[in-house]
Structures are given as structure tokens and as C-alpha cells.
Design a protein around this ligand. Structure first.
Ligand code: 5GP
Length: 229
């Protein structure tokens, strides 16, 4: 794994990660929040597909799987007792009640990833974002995704057709309250065009990776560079 300090990653390979020189760095926690229907899940999938050094945090939830959702991929689906057990044993980095269900982030995979210099993408709500910001203030990058209009949000929620009508109505009502948390985020994207939003999300990722404080191997690199001058 140890590469020459001046080696630039990804050149001549099929790896489509954003090219960042291989200087050891601490991984970051890339949090994406939005009201349901703003396009956050699609955006997250596109970021994951475009960059191999960021992985999804798979949450545990007490909610029932929707059609097509896979256990261990979309969520770890657990019952209430199992969720409580994880919470009590300190195995969740954060947790929250959203609508009528509980959601939480397993701690171990996140800690291992950032220690190894891999980034983790979180699709979590404002409560989770707040808790991670308190626990790991230097590691979080918070992005809030807004829909371009109320009509677009409503249409997206209806066209999903995965949730019953009363759930859709509840989510519309909850959208206003979720949106009120936008000032707690570092970046805000208005998701009018998914291609542009994906490009913006990847640009944020690149800029945050390059932050001096995250590049743990920088002193070493510069020392070697200076001794070669
Ligand atoms: P859904 O049921 O539509 O998958 O998710 C409902 C809401 O719960 C979304 O806003 C999603 O971001 C949030 N959520 C999913 N997993 C977690 C989690 O582990 N922690 C927190 N705080 N929120 C989560």
C-alpha cells in the first residue's frame, strides 16, 4: 500500500476515483440529508458509482423493507429488541426516530473506514447529522439537498408509489420540518438536474479530501520534497 509520495493515484488504471496524490489521509464522513423525494438516494448512488474510495454506511432500521430493498445492502432490517440491544451496547454511532421507525448507524465499519483513509457516505436525517457533528466535528462534511420546488417534491413522492398514500402525505408534511435544518449544513445543493448535482457533490468531495488537516501524510511528503531540493 505504501506508494511513492509523489505518485498520483488512478493514472492508467480503470479506477475512476477522483485523482488525489497518494498521501496518507484520514477518511471523511460525507453526510447527505434532504426531505424524502429530493433525490438524495439517486445522488448517493451516483457518487458511489463514480468514486471507489467512498462507501455507503448501511444503517440499521426497524422499518419494514420496501419492495426491492435487500437486507444488508439498503439497510440491516432488525426488530425493535435487536435495535435496542445495539443501542445499549454502544454499537450505534448515532440513532434517531424518523416517522414511526428507528434508524441508526453501526459504529464499527465507520471507525475502521476513516482510520484506513476511506470515506463513508451517509444517507441520514438532520438528527443523525447533528449527532455525528458533535461526536466527530473534524470528520464530517454535511450536504443538504433541496428540491427545486414543492411541486417537484410532491410529484417525486407520488411517482415512487412504494409507500401508501397516508405515508406520502406524512412525508410531505415532514418535508417542511426537515428543510428547516438547512442552515446546519456546510453545503446546500438545489437538485434541479441530477447530472449537475452529482458533479457538484463530487467537487465537494474532492475539495474536502484536499483539506490540509485531513492529509495526515503531508508533513512527511513535504519533508522528503525539501530534502530532495
Ligand atoms: P427511509 O425510510 O425513506 O429509507 O428513510 C427515512 C429517513 O431516515 C431518511 O431521511 C433517511 O435519511 C433517514 N435515515 C436513514 N438511516 C438513518 C440513520 O442511520 N440515522 C438517521 N439519523 N437517519 C437515518
Amino acid at each position: 500500500m505504501t506508494k511513492n509520495a509523489a505518485d498520483t493515484s488512478n493514472q492508467g488504471s480503470n479506477d475512476e476515483s477522483i485523482a488525489v496524490p497518494h498521501i496518507a489521509r484520514r477518511g471523511l464522513l460525507y453526510i447527505v440529508s434532504s426531505p424524502s423525494g429530493a433525490g438524495k438516494t439517486t445522488l448517493a448512488r451516483r457518487v458511489l458509482a463514480a468514486d471507489s474510495n467512498i462507501e455507503m454506511s448501511v444503517s440499521v432500521t426497524t422499518r419494514a423493507p420496501r419492495p426491492g430493498e435487500k437486507d444488508g445492502v439498503d439497510y440491516h432490517f432488525v426488530d425493535h429488541a435487536a435495535f435496542e440491544g445495539m443501542k445499549d451496547r454502544g454499537e450505534l454511532l448515532e440513532w434517531a426516530r424518523v416517522f414511526d421507525n428507528y434508524y441508526g448507524t453501526p459504529r464499527a465499519p465507520v471507525e475502521a473506514a476513516i482510520r484506513d483513509g476511506r470515506d463513508v457516505l451517509f444517507d441520514i436525517d438532520w438528527q443523525g447529522a447533528q449527532q455525528l457533528s458533535e461526536k466527530m466535528p473534524n470528520d464530517v462534511v454535511r450536504v443538504f439537498v433541496l428540491p427545486p420546488s414543492g411541486d417537484v417534491l410532491e410529484n417525486r413522492l407520488k411517482s415512487r408509489a412504494q409507500d401508501p398514500a397516508d405515508v406520502v402525505a406524512k412525508r410531505m408534511a415532514a418535508a417542511a420540518s426537515e428543510i428547516s435544518h438547512w442552515p446546519e449544513y456546510d453545503y446546500v445543493l438545489v437538485n434541479s438536474h441530477i447530472e449537475q448535482s452529482t458533479a457538484a457533490a463530487l467537487a465537494i468531495l474532492l475539495a474536502e479530501r484536499l483539506k490540509r488537516g485531513r492529509q495526515l501524510g503531508l508533513s512527511d511528503f513535504v519533508r522528503k520534497l525539501q530534502s530532495a531540493l
